[in-house]
Design a protein around this ligand. Structure first.
Ligand code: UDX
Length: 445
């Protein structure tokens, strides 16, 4: 099949590469010349497990092309997949400027019948609006069908998720389009769920909002656990055995971040208010998340009492492991709070340092190894659960830190493991380990 994908961001690029890998001829377009140049040379502008290898392979096989020439790439293609960004506006609603611009370009370029797919996350009703908009602006007498086909890719495992997805949602009023898209995805071996466009659009928002709700729920439970002396990890585990609940997305931590959950939850609140529905539950989920991102620093303050002038090491900056993405990462707010309180912050991330530099306060010193960050520190804050931190010898903290006190925002270490070392260990929703140390061994307060 000949497919054009518009937008070489996370979603567009991964989709294009994976579709080419199952044998389709895919052209990927973007307005960013530098990005297209890089991609033409087989270099991925994003860090995504397995992506660059597949990118190079399929370019070499002649099935994957990159261009900035929108007009040509829309001309003779069977399916156009729109995967441009829909960033949040000030009020939380989605900015659809790129979607409309792409729709206009398509209307002014297509000369054959075809299928236009919206993969970007868009408010409910957008597919119908874009269908009308394209129809009004067509310059040729062609027939096109519209499909809403939301993505459910997790950053870091987006290639895996594309090949082994739980579901493919196809929202369309055209049986022909549903058949064509099902055939396009056939080799992914995933059952397609076919519905109407508005329902498909809502499935995307509802899924992300529900996952965010699970996270805020367990974070609230973790806060209560800390007060009643229970262990949230075991609570989540015990809950998860119930198949109706499941184990996934019940890891308590410092709140969700990334390019999707914060944006999509705010957008859904907005979508609801547009139809005069006050989405109280989701507003609380967002509030809980905002509060959760601040709790770790409160723990640091109440433990160290004075953090002005203290050397605080931050391990992990990306919003989750295996990605260099720091969009809406809790690390940003946490670093800002620490700087505001006068701490000397030294931070390290295995791959996100470069991205972090642009958004973290200038006062944060970025270093290239965890040892460098930890060396001479008065406290360590773990903000991303990278394997590198989980697997490290805990004795390194004892040897390198001024006072070995860890505030683990991601529950990286088993409590029994920590107990074997002279480390004061604060985590999320679990008992504090070796708290006695603050008065007996290390702290002069
Ligand atoms: C998410 C959705 O999973 C995906 O289906 C959607 O299409 C895009 O948004 P992503 O943002 O890449 O994917 O990351 P995800 O792995 O879902 O994690 C999101 C955030 O939630 C991260 O900050 C993560 O640390 C946090 N999280 C996740 C928790 O705090 N606890 C959990 O149990 C799971």
């Amino acid at each position: 099949m000949e497919i054009t994908v518009v937008g070489c961001g996370y979603v567009g690029l991964v989709t294009a590469v994976c579709l080419s890998h199952i044998g389709h001829k895919v052209t990927c377009v973007d307005i960013d010349k530098e990005k297209i140049n890089q991609l033409q040379n087989g270099l991925s502008p994003i860090y995504e497990t397995g992506l660059e290898e597949l990118l190079q392979k399929n370019i070499a096989l002649g099935r994957l092309h990159f261009t900035t020439n929108h007009k040509d790439s829309y001309k003779n293609t069977e399916v156009i997949i729109i995967a441009v960004g829909t960033p949040p506006k000030q009020d939380g609603s989605a900015n659809l400027d790129s979607i409309y611009q792409t729709a206009l370009d398509i209307a002014k370029s297509i000369v054959n019948d075809g299928i236009i797919v919206i993969k970007s996350t868009v408010p409910v009703g957008t597919n119908s609006k874009i269908q009308r908009y394209i129809q009004e602006n067509l310059i040729s007498n062609v027939h096109f069908d519209m499909v809403s086909n939301p993505e459910f890719l997790r950053e870091g495992s987006a290639v895996y998720d594309t090949f082994y997805s739980d579901r493919i949602v196809i929202g369309t009023n055209s049986e022909r389009a549903a058949r064509t898209l099902s055939a396009m995805y056939k080799k992914f071996n995933t059952q397609a769920f076919i519905t109407d466009p508005s329902t498909a659009e809502m499935i995307k928002y509802a899924s992300n909002a529900f996952l965010a709700t699970k996270i805020s729920f367990i974070n609230e439970i973790s806060n209560i656990c800390e007060k009643v002396g229970a262990n949230v990890e075991d609570v989540a585990n015990g809950m998860g055995f119930d198949k109706r609940i499941g184990h996934a997305f019940l890891n308590a931590g410092i709140g969700y971040g990334g390019s999707c959950f914060p944006k999509d939850t705010r957008a859904l609140v907005h979508i609801a208010s547009d139809v005069e529905h006050d989405f109280d539950l989701l507003k609380s989920v967002i509030n809980v998340n905002n509060k959760q991102q601040k709790l770790l620093v409160q723990k640091v303050v109440s433990t160290l009492q004075e953090i002005k002038g203290q050397h605080i090491a931050v391990l992990g900056l990306s919003f989750k492991p295996n990605t260099s993405d720091i969009r809406e990462a809790p690390s940003i707010k946490i670093a800002e709070q620490l700087i505001e309180l006068g701490a000397n912050v030294v931070a390290y991330d295995p791959i996100a340092n470069e991205n972090a530099k642009a958004v973290l306060p200038n006062e944060v010193r970025l270093v290239s190894t965890k040892e460098e960050a930890i060396n001479g520190s008065d406290a360590v804050l773990i903000l991303t659960e990278w394997e590198e931190f989980k697997d490290m010898d805990l004795q390194i903290y004892v040897e390198l830190m001024n006072k070995p006190i860890i505030f683990d925002g991601r529950n990286c270490y088993d409590l029994k493991r920590v107990k074997k070392h002279n480390i004061e260990y604060h985590s999320i929703g679990r008992p504090i380990i070796n708290a006695y140390m603050d008065t007996t061994l290390f702290l002069e307060r």
